[in-house]
Design a protein around this ligand. Structure first.
Ligand code: GRF
Length: 238
């Protein structure tokens, strides 16, 4: 693979699997990735945001990771902004781009630049509840189970091949806030487990399919209570 890195994003170890993380806000998923990096076979090469005041940028800098904010208003079009953003991302020479709470919809051209190497974490059991306000919508629909998904990014919103999911129960008296907290607690190990297997070369996107160890997955992987990914519900039941 050609490395386009520049001096802002030093490559300490050319064998490391490198992540670029996109985040717009709090950055708790980024923090989970930062915390797990030493044991999970990847390094975070850069963190990128559309908001200069994103807490995610502070988390990156505290961890000694290069952090960069680009202002969408400084660019005439969405295409111009994404082109500038992904030029910066390219400079970090990532093997994988991780959207972790990034609130802008990526342009088709941006997605095409990293086809098969860009993932997103979404707080619902996709294909249920793509888009926003997922927890409130799950409650309004009377769901008894909710959760989070990690999927490959394609141009259509929240519609790419699903790699893995974490399920949580919806409990009596839940509000969007309590449900969101329960889901978020499982998002962190879910994202770490997916990136760990991506870094190990075990997962690949093949069109609309996800390959695990070169075999197509019949269904998304499931996060078990052991925080590991499993191929079937039976494997994670107590
Ligand atoms: C998470 O719920 C993630 O699934 C969604 O946005 C939220 C980001 O949270 N895409 P954080 O910024 O990682 O704390």
């Amino acid at each position: 693979m050609i490395r386009l890195s520049d001096s802002r994003f030093p490559i300490a170890d050319s064998r490391s699997y490198r992540l670029a993380v996109l985040a717009s806000g709090r950055g708790s998923n980024l923090q989970a990735l930062l915390d797990a990096a030493p044991d999970s076979g990847y390094v975070i090469a850069g963190v990128f945001s559309d908001r200069a005041n994103a807490q995610a940028l502070d988390r990156a800098r505290t961890a000694g990771v290069p952090a960069l904010a680009l202002d969408p208003k400084a660019h005439a079009t969405r295409e111009d902004f994404d082109a500038a953003l992904f030029d910066s991302i390219d400079a970090a020479a990532p093997d994988l781009v991780v959207c972790a709470g990034y609130l802008r919809i990526l342009t088709h051209a941006a997605v095409a630049r990293f086809e098969g190497r860009i993932i997103n974490i979404h707080p619902s059991l996709l294909p249920k509840f793509p888009g926003l306000r997922t927890h409130a919508r799950a409650l309004a629909d009377g769901e008894t189970e909710h959760g989070a998904s990690v999927h490959y990014v394609i141009p259509a919103l929240d519609a790419g091949p699903i790699i893995a999911q974490a399920r949580v129960p919806v409990l009596p008296g839940d509000t969007p806030a309590t449900l969101s907290e329960r889901v978020l607690a499982r998002e962190h190990p879910l994202l770490v487990a997916c990136v760990h297997w991506l870094a190990a070369g075990r997962l690949l996107q093949n069109g609309s399919a996800v390959l695990l160890d070169s075999r197509p997955l019949a269904a998304p992987l499931l996060l078990g209570a052991d925080d590991q990914l499993h191929e079937s519900a039976e494997a994670i039941s107590p």
